[in-house]
Design a protein around this ligand. Structure first.
Ligand SMILES: Nc1ncnc2c1ncn2[C@@H]1O[C@H](COP(=O)(O)OP(=O)(O)OP(=O)(O)O)[C@@H](O)[C@H]1O
Ligand SMILES: [Mg+2]
Length: 501
């Protein structure tokens, strides 16, 4: 029978649903048609596969060839079906005999000469393949990603011929071994580079310990960008599961050197001219954006008011839910986007409002207009709002040793461990009832907070956020109870309210 079946996978969000490639050869005028919702790059597969087969020393059957990519309702994109299609044609035309072909899944694009080319989204493909208990055959250049998955039975090949030799058991490919995943050891940045700015550093420590969002507000040149760019040097390493889900997004985006920084929290700093699509994701077959690349890590928005207001508003939903759903005509996909937002801005157009060295020249109207580029609901989601003012010359020229990132990271790690042990999540993720349960206040503390809420005009969300920050401050002190000092310090990080009044 001239029918062959080969397995591959599509890509839909971070899922890699199974795709069955069926190849049927029948009598009739020589032709090749691909059915089953293929997009342009898949249709072009015909020409690549034909050349690859011929240039690998096989015959291209002069028959009527029908290729079905099932299920038909799943959108199919890219050149990833080249290899399974080629193998299907060779099987259907009996040029190779491979009784075990159904124990494999295939993922690679083909060059005209028959070389295997890497595909985007190899990591989710490999993880799903492992779950289906099949072996994987893929392009050598994807090796770094596949080798991240423990217990994977996978074989990388350079070209079509090698795959054929393996399947016919003439010459087996080498089985892939697990790669050494690493924390990059080269640390170029360190918080010790920043002189003074103790309050800002303290705020970074609290943000890191509890997973809170943070905004730096201050005059030009005070070190806001410098401080924020060093934030992920004080964050604890990713767990294996976190690292894999973060790496999956990088894989779908086709990024390189994924293994090199496997356990490191991502730090994404999109420019303020970025579009909403590049920030949250999108496109016809929706791809993840910066917020998903920052999954389990940090999204740094420098010069916050310069971002398009519409772009900032779309962040509100993922900031709350930790995921982003992108709807398009042919698909709706969900990408994880659990990121910590770190932002920096000047307090006014000239930048010097509140400065100790220069006076602000803006009018009240100008200042208001500038600050209103940020909506209340967005600011409400930024737990820590901290003023960063100029450091004096004495501090700047001082050569005293500054606290290093490693020291802060050690404290952050202890505080996080306390939270996970107590409530199985970090403080920023506490919701409703959990806040009441884990952020218990004494009478005095409650009165103090009630008073502050009235003065600052805080929303219910703002109230909960102060509570959570106070909890984190207590955790950094390894204190079980939240004290008045903890609450006072937490309230002091709502500085921006002062500017907006
Ligand atoms: N506290 C500090 N310790 C050491 N260097 C500093 C400090 N503050 C500022 N600098 C120096 O000033 C430069 C500018 O700092 P940075 O870019 O972080 O300022 P900024 O607050 O982001 O300013 P802007 O509002 O203009 O963006 C730094 O590259 C650094 O050389
Ligand atoms: Mg800056």
């Amino acid at each position: 029978m001239s029918l062959a079946t080969v397995y591959s996978r599509a890509q839909l969000g971070i899922e890699a649903p199974s795709v069955t490639v069926e190849v049927h050869l029948s009598q009739g005028l020589p032709s090749l048609s691909i059915v089953g919702l293929p997009e342009a790059a898949v249709k072009e597969s015909k020409d690549r596969v034909r050349s690859a087969i011929i240039n690998s020393g096989f015959q291209f059957p002069t028959k009527r060839i029908t290729i079905n990519l099932a299920p038909a309702d799943l959108p199919k994109e890219g050149g990833r079906y080249d290899l399974p299609i080629a193998i299907g044609i060779l099987l259907a035309s009996k040029q190779i005999i491979a009784p075990e072909v159904l124990e494999y899944e295939f993922a690679a694009e083909l060059s005209l000469s028959g070389k295997l080319r890497p595909i985007k989204g190899m990591l989710p493909f490999a993880i799903q393949c492992l779950k289906s208990s099949r072996s994987l055959i893929f392009a050598l250049k994807n090796q770094e990603e596949v080798a991240l998955v423990p217990n994977m039975c996978a074989y990388s090949a350079k070209n079509l011929q090698e795959v054929v030799l393996h399947l016919s058991r003439t010459q087996l490919l080498n089985k892939l071994t697990l790669s050494e995943k690493q924390m990059s050891t080269q640390r170029l940045l360190d918080l010790a580079d920043v002189k003074g700015q103790f309050q800002a550093k303290r705020a970074l420590e609290i943000a890191a310990a509890g997973g809170h969002n943070l905004l730096f507000v201050g005059p030009p040149g005070t070190g806001k960008t410098m401080l924020a760019s060093r934030f992920n040097t004080i964050l604890p390493a990713l767990t294996m599961d976190e690292a894999l889900s973060t790496a999956m997004i990088a894989s779908i985006k086709g990024m390189s050197n994924i293994a090199e920084r496997f356990y490191e929290r991502p730090f994404r700093a999109p420019h303020h001219t970025s579009s909403a699509i590049s920030l949250v994701g999108g496109g016809t077959n929706p791809k993840p954006g910066e917020i998903s690349l920052a999954h389990n890590g940090v999204l740094f928005l420098d010069e916050l008011p310069e971002f398009d207001r519409h772009v900032l508003e779309v962040l509100r939903e993922p900031l709350e839910s930790g995921t982003i759903i992108i709807s398009r005509a042919n698909a709706q996909v969900e990408y994880p986007a659990k990121f910590q937002l770190i932002a920096a801005m000047n307090p006014c157009p000239c930048g010097f409002l509140g400065s100790q060295v220069k006076s602000c020249k803006d009018t009240d109207v100008q200042i208001k207009r500038y600050q209103q580029k940020l909506s209340g609901p967005l600011l409400d989601r930024i737990d820590l709002q901290v003023e960063v003012l100029e450091v004096d010359h004495h501090t700047l020229t001082n050569i005293d040793r500054q606290v290093s990132s490693a020291e802060i990271k050690a404290r952050v790690t202890v505080a996080r461990a306390r939270q996970l042990k107590r409530q199985n999540k970090i403080n920023a993720e506490l919701q409703g009832k959990e806040i009441d349960q884990f952020c218990v206040l004494g009478n005095n503390e409650r009165l103090l907070l009630a008073d502050a809420i009235q003065k600052l005009g805080l929303s219910a969300r703002g109230y909960h956020r102060i509570l959570k920050i106070a909890r984190t401050i207590a955790d950094l002190e390894t204190a079980d109870l939240i004290s008045k000092q903890h609450i006072q310090e937490a309230i002091s990080y709502r500085k921006f309210e002062r500017f907006r009044q």
